[in-house]
Design a protein around this ligand. Structure first.
Ligand code: FA5
Length: 344
């Protein structure tokens, strides 16, 4: 038994020495020190030994185990060190390689223009109001003086979901909702940005889904001159201090009188060019004094309160401001286009 134990020790040490990696070393550990290993096997035969021999053999078996264990430990340390060295050699970093460029994103031009418009009106004391894009026919049309069957509904070809529900065609329903919420009392000064939908054919200046920003001011003694002054400030801040505006008579069922607002062409200064189609003016929005019927329907006393409202399309404003020739560029998300609008 003594010889067998010494033989096993030598055998194990040879195998430990020749192990090439941690896995092989572990296999040796399991083979020699495991419960089913040869040392355990030898110890099982101890029962046949005399009482004097037994402790001697037990001590020898422990020595053999410890010798194998410590040589396993030493080899493991060597192999681990070799593994670290191998990794370091294979993962050498070439610090002279050029770095990978980091792509920095920026605001979508439309978002940037909407935020610019919002900031401008917030500084003039307006609040931002929002409303649902899936809207009731009542708020989109009826509460805005457009009863069912009114011919002016054809001005905004609509996506209906049911007879009473549609995708809003403009942001004006937010005015109706806000006035109704105020229960006919007190002033209102809001702008309402948001998405709107129309069954328009997509072309260079039309999209079936686009954005609008509505403005609404309600108070006592509000006049057309307040509307004009507000829009003049807006045009100068948006397109340059030397810009002028002009109001042309128009028609919207929810405003009376109604106007289309033009701004003098920023490219030619009003002399006429390809941007303004030779007229010197560019149309930017629709506006007017809130129709008394709209005020009354929302519970406001139209003798006491007056108001003005306007609605603009930020896509068209962005097109004018940045000289974009096709509205579809805003929706096709070509990074070559989007990257040109880095904020200062
Ligand atoms: C309206 O939608 C009115 N609600 C605006 C208004 C509000 C008038 C309050 C008076 C008082 P209009 O249909 O003209 O008006 O649309 C307003 C703006 O939306 C237009 O000047 C234009 O800039 C933009 N617009 C209209 N249709 C499209 C379209 N298909 N694609 C992109 N922009 C559009």
């Amino acid at each position: 038994m003594k010889e067998r134990l010494q033989e096993l020790q030598q055998e194990a040490i040879v195998k430990i020495e020749s192990a090439n990696d941690l896995k092989e070393l572990n296999d040796v550990r399991v083979a020699y020190l495991g419960k089913k290993g040869p040392i355990t096997e030898v110890l099982r035969g101890m029962g046949k030994l005399s009482a004097e021999e037994r402790p001697v053999m037990g001590a020898l078996a422990n020595e053999v185990r410890e010798a194998i264990a410590s040589s396993l430990e030493a080899k493991q340390a060597l192999l681990e060190e070799a593994e670290v060295e191998r990794k370091l050699a294979s993962e050498t970093i070439d610090v002279t390689l050029p770095g990978r460029p980091v792509k920095v994103g920026n605001h979508h031009p439309l978002t940037a223009v909407i935020e610019e418009i919002e900031d401008l009106f917030l500084r003039m004391g307006y609040c931002i109001a929002e409303g649902p894009e899936v809207e009731k026919d009542y708020y989109n049309f009826e509460a805005l003086n457009l009863p069912k069957g009114h011919p002016a509904r054809d001005m905004q070809d609509s996506f209906y979901i049911t007879e009473e529900i549609l995708l809003r065609t403009h942001t004006s329903p937010v005015q109706a909702r806000t006035m109704e919420k105020n229960q006919g009392k007190g002033p209102i000064k809001i702008i309402c940005p948001g998405k709107v939908y129309r069954r328009d054919n997509d072309d260079a200046t039309h999209s079936h889904q686009f954005t609008q920003i509505e403005g609404l001011v309600i108070d006592e003694n509000i006049r057309m001159s307040d509307l004009k002054g507000t829009l003049e400030v807006f045009a100068k801040k948006m397109f340059g201090e030397e810009r002028e505006i002009r109001l042309r008579p128009s028609f919207f069922p929810f405003t009376e009188p109604s106007v289309e607002v033009d701004v003098s062409c920023h490219k030619c200064g009003g002399h006429g060019c390809n941007v303004c189609k030779g007229t010197g003016w560019i149309e930017i929005l629709g506006a007017g004094m809130v129709h008394p019927n709209v005020l009354e329907m929302a519970g406001y006393d139209s003798k006491k309160y007056q108001g003005f409202a306007f609605g603009m399309g930020p896509e068209r404003i962005a097109m004018l401001k940045y000289g974009v020739d096709d509205i579809r560029h805003f929706y096709t998300n070509d990074v070559r286009f989007l990257q040109q609008f880095k904020r200062a």
